[in-house]
Design a protein around this ligand. Structure first.
Ligand SMILES: [Zn+2]
Length: 259
């Protein structure tokens, strides 16, 4: 995607996992999660100029395999401005490899902190909403509930990224009083029924939802209960499982948005 003054958000077709590639109005690039295998690398290669060897910001929502698999290869291939993650302890092999490369190449790491947002210029802002910086070096059985929650805003347009947050973290973020409103919601945990509660949907109040899940995945994602709930609130849904890569274009203006 050539810089065209708009922001392009591509929820990549990586099968059962998450990987989202964002290109800003001046070509700023953000990659949120790296999918379950190396397919994210192919997908971002398709969206970057052959000569472009750098990505501004990499976000790892949490170190489960379906979110981290391509990151060691991405860190090898591209110059990365900064990595945002919680630093939660995990034995996932590509995550251990990622930590090794971060150290070896001395890549700047930002431990996610709601006090520190990332201003990419030209009206493009990555707002870190949750969690507070309490997980660095801490082992958690359930990494899903440590997911880094961010909201990307470009002018008047916004999209909320939720990783694999489940009910526990959803309750925390709702209790924190954070403003969660966004035009588009990247539905939590591949559309699993363990989150996307009514209270959360009311707080986000999205015009549209996007689900990243593999075609015919063995988990039954997205769950019909979540699809019914979104339908009940009149929120149209798009899903990588149905249509492959889902892309949104933000012009940053109030009225006419995506499509
Ligand atoms: Zn996942």
């Amino acid at each position: 995607v050539r810089p065209d003054g708009q922001t392009h958000v591509a929820v990549l077709d990586v099968g059962q996992g998450d990987s989202i590639f964002i290109t800003g109005p001046r070509g700023q690039q953000i990659l949120i999660d790296g999918g379950p295998d190396l397919s994210a690398l192919t997908e971002i290669g398709r969206r970057m100029s052959f000569f472009d060897r750098s990505i501004d910001v990499l976000v790892l929502t949490h170190p489960d395999l379906d979110h981290v698999a391509s990151f060691p290869a991405v860190l090898d291939r591209y110059r990365i401005g900064a990595v945002v993650m919680t630093g939660v302890d995990s034995a996932t092999a590509p995550y251990r490899e990622m930590l090794r490369i971060l150290k070896e190449k001395q890549i700047p790491v930002m431990i996610a902190d709601p006090q520190q947002d990332i201003d990419l210029g030209d009206g493009l802002l990555l707002d870190i909403l949750w969690p507070p910086p309490v997980y660095a070096g801490v082992a958690r059985d359930d990494a899903n509930n440590t997911s880094v929650i961010t909201r990307l805003t470009y002018g008047e347009d916004s999209i909320l990224f939720t990783g694999d947050m489940e009910k526990e973290e959803e309750d925390e973020i709702l209790a924190s009083g954070e403003d969660l409103h966004a035009d588009i919601l990247k539905v939590e945990h591949h559309g699993s029924k363990t989150s996307t509660s009514t209270g959360f949907l009311l707080a986000v109040s999205p015009d549209l939802a996007v689900i990243s899940a593999g075609r015919d995945n063995p988990f039954g994602h997205p769950h019909t209960q979540i699809l019914d709930r979104l339908a009940h609130f009149g929120v149209p849904v798009r899903a990588t499982a149905w249509e492959g890569t889902v892309e949104f274009v933000f012009d940053g203006l109030e009225d006419k948005r995506q499509e």
